[in-house]
Design a protein around this ligand. Structure first.
Ligand code: MLT
Length: 267
């Protein structure tokens, strides 16, 4: 459904019993909440699963395209406020992880546990900032379909391209449907995000870090570095996956997710 949240229209879905522990899934860039469908199916019988489209993505409003990670965190907190969810388990992949890490820093009282997937705490290097600038120029000139074509090449493992072409196609279509203004605006937000490394040692809640063994965007070293700093954290490497670990190897991803949720909910 769609609701006015923090001055914009956000699309979201709630599955499962609202009385049970809320698990909020935050997708990566430039995807949509549809990427979590396999995880929602896995958890909805035991928990309350909230998925939503980050501003500018999927069915949420694009607005002026002037985004920051700070604004995305404002949206997330406003959404869980609206749904009367006091303390949630945050599951964020890549950009979703950047949003989760900043929420943990800024609104720790709202996060009971976190699952940080294919993400990192460091801000962009100069090299990555320049790549973002090139991406902005390219999407403005050539449009979202061309951007999608290039983008999927970097996020899936070779095995996925060969054996799950329909999955690559599905994500390609999600990206191609995005507004170029939203893609450019989110690239700027990613480039401008703060570094959350220093606050990792202050995370008091249980955290699980998942990373695809072939993730080239947020590699295993970045995941290990977070694991070393977050006191109550565990790290799992997802075999046969690159950056889209929940989609490329949902069996291992869901098994780890369910075990973690069982532990933090005490069920
Ligand atoms: C994502 O999957 O959210 C993006 O690849 C993150 C990034 O480019 O840093």
């Amino acid at each position: 459904m769609k609701s006015t949240i923090n001055g914009t229209t956000l699309f979201y879905e709630v599955a499962g019993n609202p009385a049970l522990m809320p698990v909020v899934f935050v997708h990566g860039f430039p995807f949509s909440c549809e990427m979590w469908s396999g995880q929602v199916t896995a958890v909805e019988h035991q928990y309350c699963a909230l998925t939503y489209d980050v501003r500018g993505h999927g069915q949420s409003n694009v607005g002026d395209g002037q985004y920051t990670i700070e604004l995305f965190v404002d949206d997330l907190i406003a959404l869980i406020d609206d749904l009367k969810m006091e303390r949630v388990v945050l599951v964020g992949l890549s950009m979703g992880g950047y949003i989760a890490l900043r929420a943990l820093e800024r609104n720790p009282e709202r996060v009971g546990a976190a699952v940080l997937c294919d993400t990192r705490s460091e801000a962009d290097s100069n090299e990555v900032k320049l790549k973002r600038a090139a991406g902005i120029a390219s999407v403005k000139k050539h449009g979202a379909a061309t951007f999608a074509e290039q983008f999927v090449k970097g996020v899936f493992a070779a095995w996925t391209f060969e054996h799950k072409p329909e999955l690559v196609d599905r994500i390609r279509r999600v990206i191609a449907r995005m507004s170029p203004v939203a893609i450019a605006g989110t690239l700027l937000a990613l480039a401008a995000r703060t570094d959350t490394t220093e606050s990792l040692s202050r995370i008091k809640v249980p955290a699980m870090i998942l990373v695809g063994e072939q993730d080239a965007i947020t590699p295993i070293d970045a995941a290990r570095a977070m694991h070393q700093r977050i006191p109550k954290s565990e790290l799992h490497i997802v075999p046969g996956a690159a950056h889209m670990s929940n989609l490329e190897n949902p069996d291992v991803f869901n098994e780890k997710l369910l075990l973690f949720l069982r532990r933090v909910s005490g069920t």
